[in-house]
Design a protein around this ligand. Structure first.
Ligand SMILES: [Zn+2]
Ligand SMILES: [Zn+2]
Length: 280
């Protein structure tokens, strides 16, 4: 029996656990085919692959690329190689851009009389510094009462300290993944809250660019699994699924293995993807 979870985060991005801690939970949840898909980094993949190897579990190396700037669209890539130079250069550029953006916003806040230790904020945030880190520092310094107040008054789109976020477009990420022999999949479509016509036209555009799958069995899609399942299959897209686990006792993201029971064709779908990746 295959029990897949193809969407998991470690502390290489914004999850709580390292690859080994995560792997222990994967085993405890009786997940037999899993993927680690951190945001814009592949740093945890070698350790996860080693662990899977030791225990004879099937592992799909993955990544989740942030695209399209502030209207964030996430593109999952399966079958990536952790030492892929083109992908690593893309992620390094994204880190440099994130840091530059935080410096621009920090300077604007400074000009408004809010003095924040920007170097320290960047250093502590690690690889994915962003507006929430600035918001928390503003709260700690007493400039705002809460992070949401910081966004409403200063950091949100169109507010005085706001700077746009440079990221690749979804289409660029899809083309890059395909050019590296990986399988691009649109993550959690329901999270974007698009009208169906918009989703359909974007799928047209992205399938032309090389999109190969749709993440149907994700907690955000829970109310519309049948719709997305049928949509993906009718368009010849692979059906994938995963919990988007970040940490235990998490009200926002899923818990390991949680979407597999609703995924009737999990065995066939997950192995189709696995075989496709390993045939490359
Ligand atoms: Zn995501
Ligand atoms: Zn995710």
């Amino acid at each position: 029996m295959t029990h897949p979870d193809l969407h998991l985060h470690t502390n290489a991005s914004d999850g709580q656990m390292d690859a080994y801690q995560l792997a222990r939970l994967v085993q405890r949840a009786e997940v037999t085919l899993f993927s680690v898909t951190d945001h814009d980094t592949m740093a945890a993949l070698p350790a996860a692959a080693d662990w899977a190897d030791e225990r004879g579990l099937a592992f799909l190396p993955g990544v989740e690329i942030s695209t399209e700037g502030d209207e964030e669209v996430h593109i999952l890539g399966y079958g990536v190689k952790a030492d892929d130079p083109a992908l690593n250069e893309c992620f390094a550029q994204m880190r440099r851009d994130r840091e530059a953006r935080v410096r621009i916003m920090g300077k604007r806040l400074d000009e408004m009389g809010m003095h924040l230790p920007v170097d320290e904020i960047i250093r502590q945030a690690g690889d994915s510094v962003g507006r929430p880190h600035l918001g928390r520092a503003m709260q700690e310094a007493g400039y705002v009462g809460s992070v949401s107040e910081a966004f409403e008054k200063y950091l949100g789109a169109g507010k005085p300290a706001y700077a746009p976020r440079p990221t690749p477009s979804a289409e660029e990420a899809i083309r890059l993944l395909r050019s590296r022999g990986a399988v691009p999949v649109l993550a959690h479509p329901e999270e974007y809250q698009w009208p169906d016509e918009k989703l359909l036209s974007r799928l047209d555009q992205w399938q032309r660019a090389g999109l190969m799958g749709l993440e149907v069995y994700h907690p955000a899609n829970r109310q519309r699994y049948a719709f997305y399942d049928q949509l993906a299959r009718s368009r010849g897209l692979l059906v994938t699924g995963g919990s988007d686990f970040h940490r235990e006792n998490d009200g926002h993201h899923g818990q390991i293995g949680e979407t597999a029971p609703a995924w009737k064709n999990a065995v066939r779908d997950a192995w189709t993807l696995y075989r496709l990746v390993n045939a490359n």
